[in-house]
Design a protein around this ligand. Structure first.
Ligand code: HEM
Length: 197
């Protein structure tokens, strides 16, 4: 059974994964244009894209622990998931920039004055070099430096979860749960159990 799942995963072409990953964002925008997202569609799009981005980042963090502790071979999915996570962050950011803030002078003011925006920006900028180097050519060129560079994903995901907490109105349990999940997934990598294998 597990062998079958592994061989099915191996057979999935990357383009199909990217196509599948694009469905939620396209669907969200289609709903927005059809006025099916309530009175504030931009706000809904912004929030849902942010959530998708965080889910994908968390999914990316889950791959390696699953690979190490179960017979499931999911490594093939890590790069497409990571690249798609960044795409969602980018569209989330562009939605904010183009459809929400709009006024150029307000953009910088928001980045500097609103802590959640500042933290979100730092998280996105940390992910940028990872997205740019998620290709075979960069892996070959960078050699062992590639691994060191991709360590940036950990502070980036932690900051993304902090960004979610900061943007929430008042105390909310859901962002706290996300931060806890992220801290556990990052923390587990530092345990001897994880490093021994
Ligand atoms: C790694 C990068 C990022 C991730 C994973 C992320 C994720 C999220 C999440 C999960 C939410 C809350 C969604 C909800 O509760 O429904 C959110 C909200 C938001 N994010 Fe991000 N975000 C990132 C970067 C950014 C950046 C760079 C900006 C803009 C500069 C930004 C602007 C916003 C805005 C405007 C909101 C909604 C705030 C509100 O309604 O008051 N995010 N983001």
């Amino acid at each position: 059974m597990i062998q079958q799942i592994n061989s099915r995963i191996r057979q999935i072409p990357n383009w199909a994964l990217y196509l599948l990953g694009a469905v939620p964002v396209v669907w969200l925008y289609v709903q927005g244009f059809q006025n099916a997202l309530g009175p504030d569609p931009v706000d809904v799009i912004e929030h849902r894209l942010g959530l998708w981005a965080l889910w994908l980042l968390i999914a990316g963090l889950c791959i390696s622990p699953i690979q190490r502790n179960t017979p499931l071979r999911l490594l093939k999915l890590r790069r497409p998931i990571g690249v798609m996570a960044f795409m969602y962050v980018l569209v989330h950011f562009l939605t904010w920039l183009v459809l929400d803030v709009q006024i150029p002078s307000q953009i910088w003011a928001d980045i500097v004055k609103r802590p959640y925006v500042t933290v979100g920006m730092v998280a996105m900028l940390l992910l940028l070099p990872l997205a740019l180097t998620s290709n075979d050519w960069s892996i070959r060129k960078l050699g062992s430096k590639w691994r060191q560079l991709h360590w940036l994903v950990y502070p980036a995901v932690i900051l993304a979860a902090v960004h979610m907490i900061l943007q929430a109105k008042g105390f909310q349990l859901e962002p706290m749960i996300y931060l806890t999940v992220v801290l556990v997934l990052v923390g587990v990598r530092r345990t001897p159990l994880y490093r021994r294998r």
